[in-house]
Ligand binder design. Structure first.
Ligand code: ADP
Length: 159
């Protein structure tokens, strides 16, 4: 059973994240998507809401489960018996930070490898903060996020 962990802030989950989850399902037996609790960030949506949005969006993916964690990603990976960590790479600008994290995580847990997956080109310019920004101006984000997120953003920014 080859299980992998896909950690992130997912504030909120976008179609780019879902694309990565789908690709991870093609490669592994089980994909655990985990919402990182980061005390230095002030997210728009609560952990509970972010989990709900992901769970709702992956209903048709039997290999996927969703949870959250507070602490080091590698510790969570070890605790759930994951063999690797999935991260998405959109552009060179992601690379330096992701490379550093991957090497540090490998230093902390030798056996846990980070696997980078590239989303479809149409998602390479997409990130959660752009979505939050667009939605705050009541812009249509239906091409970029699952329907449950679209609705939640509408409610959040309703004037
Ligand atoms: P984090 O704070 O951990 O970067 P994010 O939710 O922003 O949390 O991203 C989680 C992971 O998903 C990261 O590996 C990031 O590169 C990847 N990711 C974010 N947006 C996209 C996208 N549009 N396409 C593919 N991967 C993405």
């Amino acid at each position: 059973m080859r299980k992998v962990l896909y950690p992130g802030t997912f504030d909120p989950v976008t179609n780019g994240h879902i694309d990565i989850i789908q690709r991870a399902c093609d490669l592994f037996d089980k994909v655990v998507v985990t919402v990182a609790i980061n005390p230095t960030k002030t997210p728009l949506f609560s952990v509970k809401e972010r989990i709900k949005f992901i769970a709702d969006s992956v209903q048709d993916f039997p290999k996927v489960s969703v949870d959250s964690f507070d602490g080091l990603v590698v510790d969570h990976a070890k605790n759930i018996g994951a063999i690797g960590i999935i991260r998405g790479l959109r552009a060179m600008s992601d690379f330096e930070y992701e490379f550093q994290m991957a090497l540090m995580n490998r230093k902390l847990a030798k056996k846990i490898n980070t696997v980078f997956l590239m989303p479809h080109e149409k998602y390479t310019y997409l990130n959660s903060s752009i979505i939050r920004n667009l939605a705050s101006f009541n812009s249509d984000v239906s091409d970029f996020v699952p329907p449950i997120v679209q609705e939640a953003l509408k409610i959040k920014f309703r004037k």
